[in-house]
Design a binder for this molecule. Structure first.
Ligand code: ZN
Length: 161
């Protein structure tokens, strides 16, 4: 395997894709977002429940797709649980910077998610990695109800951009 692909499909990433964490339906979700990545065929359903202070109380996802899309979603849900809305938004911006190579990618908030850094060398895979995060972005904006997002529409990105 070439070293760039090896970096992309590290053991931790493969493990998350085979045994995704926080996988399933969140029965009492406040907001549900369906995300589509037509360029790869990845689909995700993200459910989020917010605490009284607006933090991410519970988060679960289901869906199917390539290893990168599933691993990114699994790792994202692990990192987000219990985080405030502001921190979640900060992570979203940092992750976008990480996988696109545009912007600061050193945020300590991302932890293991730094392992997905390799996708920046594969433009099609960036959409796979971003799918769950696009759904999160919509969940944070929408707050309640149901929504659909696609990786084919524009990423809103940091407010200061
Ligand atoms: Zn994919």
């Amino acid at each position: 395997m070439n070293p760039e692909l090896e970096e992309l499909y590290q053991e931790v990433i493969l493990d998350h894709s085979r045994r995704p964490r926080n996988f399933g339906e969140l029965a009492d979700a406040a907001v549900r977002v369906h995300g589509d990545n037509p360029s790869c065929g990845d689909e995700i359903d993200l459910g989020v429940k917010f605490g009284v202070d607006g933090s991410v109380d519970e988060i679960k996802f289901s869906g199917h797709g390539c290893a990168i899309s599933q691993a990114s979603a699994s790792m994202m849900t692990m990192k987000l649980k219990g985080k405030s809305r502001a921190i979640a938004q900060e992570m979203l911006d940092a992750f976008h910077g990480l996988v696109t190579g545009e912007g600061d990618d050193t945020s300590p908030l991302l932890g293991d998610l730094h392992l997905l850094r390799g996708v920046r060398k594969f433009p099609q895979r960036v959409k796979c990695a971003m799918l769950a995060w696009r759904a999160l972005e919509e969940a944070l904006r929408q707050n309640v109800g149901e929504a659909t997002v696609s990786t084919e529409s524009d990423f809103i990105g940091p407010a200061h951009d």
